[in-house]
Design a protein. Structure first.
Length: 245
């Protein structure tokens, strides 16, 4: 519920920013020269940075089979990207992303047996992309865009479960290869600085996951997924700086 409210807030904030920007621009005296917003052009370069962090704690959550006595979850992610315009509406670029998370929780089953769970995972990945822009205002402040990206990432996860003084350790390595399509809208806040809001339109991915239990290889899972669902509540917000190279 909190996650859905947060996504709605981001969507409303973006729409409000667009309305506010258009109002300010419309009220500006045409006889007074103002600094133009960055117009996309050949030879323009850009760098961007985005990220997030989360923390969640809970006690005495009741589920059908297992109760969560205590739970603490923390994590963060950061992504840097950059690119170069080959024409005023076409750019190429690359991105690098790092994710990290940990989990500590105590579970209790219907027989009163408690299980202590510790989990840590991290992933590193990147992609290359092509990006098309369509200006929708004469001053260059608002632009539509579409990204086609090809990328991969590798995740390492360690999970330790202790129950009745017996420790079981799970170690998994997941390799993911993906092709994605992400449309959105770009808004320049001031000259050179812009924010972009995009959604996941379609994606094709191949995943290879290998899991070992107590240092003995146990399972290998291969999967292919095609996602054609448009989820307007899953927003990707990034901030960019544009400059002439």
């Amino acid at each position: 519920m909190i996650s859905i409210c947060k996504r709605y807030f981001l969507l409303v904030l973006t729409i409000g920013l667009m309305i506010f920007s258009k109002t300010v621009y419309a009220q500006t005296n045409n006889s007074v020269e103002i600094s133009p917003f960055t117009k996309l052009q050949k030879g323009l370069a850009f760098v961007g940075l985005t990220g997030g962090a989360n923390t969640r704690s809970s006690q005495n959550e009741n589920f059908l089979i297992t109760n969560v006595i205590d739970k603490q979850k923390d994590g963060f992610n950061i992504q840097a990207n950059g690119g170069y315009f080959l024409s005023k509406s076409f750019a190429i670029g690359t991105a690098l992303r790092y994710d990290w998370a940990k989990l500590n929780q105590i579970l209790e089953d219907s027989d009163g047996i408690q299980t202590f769970v510790k989990e840590a995972k991290s992933s590193l990945g990147g992609n290359v992309f092509i990006k098309n822009y369509i200006p929708i205002t004469a001053n260059g402040r608002f632009n539509l865009f579409n990204i086609v990206s090809l990328g991969m990432n590798k995740e390492n996860k360690v999970t330790e479960k202790t129950s009745n003084d017996i420790l079981t350790r799970y170690y998994s390595v997941t390799n993911n290869y993906n092709l994605g399509i992400n449309p959105g809208i770009q808004v320049f806040i001031i000259k050179g600085f812009a924010t972009e809001v995009g959604v996941n339109l379609a994606g094709l991915s191949h995943t290879y996951k290998r899991t070992t239990i107590n240092e003995v290889e146990n399972t290998v899972i291969k999967s292919n997924d095609l996602d054609l669902k448009l989820n307007i509540l899953s927003l990707n917000i990034s901030f960019f700086y544009f400059f002439k190279s």
